[in-house]
Design a protein around this ligand. Structure first.
Ligand code: HEC
Length: 115
């Protein structure tokens, strides 16, 4: 027989565990899929070819530039053809943090010149 205190502790632990994915909040991969980024960009080989592969972008785009670019592409590059996608700042930050995890292996596509 498990003691009552332990039972309550276990139950509380379970509730926290089940609630965690909700509060952990924003999934950057989900956003990238749901917000249309993949109609122009690929992510790990899946998606469009109009823009550079997303995992290559940290090669030239530091977190600051990347944040501004996703928030309002023309504010960084007046000639950008990337649309302004409606995202909350926290969502942009989650995408930036996620994409920056590829920095170590990131290489700009051949012949790519960031504007
Ligand atoms: C209509 C096509 C299109 C869509 C949709 C799009 N992009 Fe882009 N994106 C581009 C193109 C093209 C470039 C390269 C130059 C430019 O801006 O024209 C680019 C550039 C970028 C860069 C490089 C920024 C830099 O510093 O040079 C990042 C990062 C990026 N896009 C992320 C995203 C994310 C995240 C989304 C979804 C929220 C998205 N893009 C949606 C076309 C698109």
């Amino acid at each position: 027989m498990v003691r009552k205190g332990t039972q309550i502790g276990l139950a509380a632990g379970l509730v926290v565990l089940m609630a965690a994915p909700v509060y952990a909040g924003i999934s950057p991969k989900f956003l990238i899929e749901r917000k249309g980024c993949l109609s122009c960009h690929s992510l790990l080989g899946k998606g469009g070819r109009m823009g550079p592969p997303l995992q290559s972008t940290p090669a030239w785009s530091d977190p600051d530039r990347m944040f501004k670019y996703i928030q309002d592409p023309k504010s960084v590059n007046p000639k950008s053809i990337m649309p302004k996608v409606r995202l909350k700042e926290a969502e942009i930050q989650a995408i930036v943090d996620y994409l920056q995890t590829f920095k170590k292996d990131a290489k700009a596509p051949k012949g790519w010149k960031p504007k």
